[in-house]
Design a protein around this ligand. Structure first.
Ligand code: NAD
Ligand code: IPM
Ligand code: MN
Length: 322
């Protein structure tokens, strides 16, 4: 039986994940869903945001559907989502940004770079070590190549090699891997690339970059499609896979039934495609599109509908198309 771990997390995770789970349950009544409670609320209640047994539970799943967790900027608090990405070695973070005239896939390295966790805070100086390894770069470059092969076949490497030696290293390995694979690959400085993506989104296909650049680039690029409420992601490793919206726990709108569940629904569609159900994945995407086209939208994209209303509209369409 296919086991799906459901992690609502914090904030709007409690609102958008039930909607996405319902869509999955409708298409796959045979799925065995089980909850894993982690996050800031869990820390407030128990002093532990994520225990070893939660990581073990996540490892028993065929796929994980994840909402978002609140990560307070506190010295000794470790982000739960980062811990899970590292523990499950989910090295490739795929973030699609798709519109009428563009189809971009950001391939973000997900386990190293500035997120190495090697840090030191002293009285007068704080440092974070940016670690870029050959192994980490080769595997993210190969993930980008696999992606490009299924698409129009072009890769752009985003980096800051004019300043950072670690990015000269990253860029050179990516270019070499692409050349070996016979894939068209060019590179751009991340700062000018950011503007060019907004001005000429149609010029890009797969964009591969280091951890924090991919983080920033994906929130920024969500502007092209109407904001964070719409953008899903897949975190993929050799053995495990986790699907989550790009957005966070959005405490400013949590508990009001106004969060856009589309990013979570699209994450569920990516989960199905990963498990081999391309048709189910396309059915969720099409139900979302029809709902939006009918003007049933949350207020972040100009509508008045609530989270549950979008959920009901999408699940009604899925039930009809069965
Ligand atoms: P955020 O993504 O939670 O919110 C940014 C803005 O976008 C807010 O104004 C919010 O209301 C809006 N927004 C986000 N998702 C939306 C949706 N589905 N529908 C409508 N509007 C939406 O980012 P933030 O405010 O910088 O961070 C809040 C918390 O989330 C922080 O603790 C941060 O660390 C955490 N976070 C977690 C994850 C994750 O778990 N994967 C990702 C990003 C941020
Ligand atoms: C994301 C988030 C996380 C990240 C935070 C919450 C640790 O911003 O998934 O984009 O930086 O990767
Ligand atoms: Mn982010």
């Amino acid at each position: 039986m296919t086991k799906i771990a459901i992690v609502e997390g914090d904030g709007i995770g409690h609102e958008v994940i039930p909607v996405a789970r319902e869509a999955l349950a409708l298409l796959h009544p045979e799925f065995d869903f089980f909850p894993v409670e982690v996050g800031y609320r869990r820390w407030e209640e128990t002093g532990c945001p994520c225990a070893d047994k939660d990581i073990s539970a996540l490892k028993t799943a065929d796929a994980i559907l994840f909402g978002a967790v609140t990560t307070p900027p506190m010295k000794d608090y470790q982000s739960v989502v980062l811990r899970i990405r590292k523990a499950l070695d989910l090295f490739a973070n795929l973030r699609p940004i798709r519109g009428e005239h563009f189809d971009i896939m950001i391939v973000r390295e997900n386990t190293e770079g500035l997120y190495s966790g090697i840090e030191e805070t002293g009285e007068n100086r704080a440092t974070t070590l940016r670690v870029v390894t050959r192994k980490g770069t080769e595997r993210i470059a190969r993930a980008a190549i696999r992606c490009a092969r299924q698409r129009s076949g072009k890769i752009t490497v985003g980096h800051k090699a004019n300043v950072l030696k670690s990015d000269v290293f990253f860029r050179n390995i990516c270019l070499a891997e692409a050349q070996k694979a016979g894939i068209t690959c060019n590179d751009h400085y991340i700062d000018s690339l950011s503007l060019d993506i907004l001005q000429h989104p149609g010029s890009y296909d797969v964009i591969v970059t280091t951890n924090i650049f991919g983080d920033i680039l994906s929130d920024m690029s969500s502007y092209l499609v109407g904001g964070l409420g719409l953008v899903p992601s897949a975190n993929i490793g050799e053995r495990y896979a986790l699907f989550e919206p790009v957005h966070g726990s959005a405490p400013d709108i949590a508990g009001k039934n106004i969060a856009n569940p589309v990013a979570a629904l699209r994450s569920a569609a990516m989960l199905l495609a990963h498990l081999g159900d391309k048709e189910g994945s396309a059915r969720i995407e099409s139900a979302i599109q029809r709902t939006l086209d009918a003007g049933i939208r949350t207020r972040d994209i100009g509508g008045t509908a609530g989270t549950r209303e979008i959920g009901n509209a999408v699940t009604n369409l899925l039930a009809k198309s069965a």
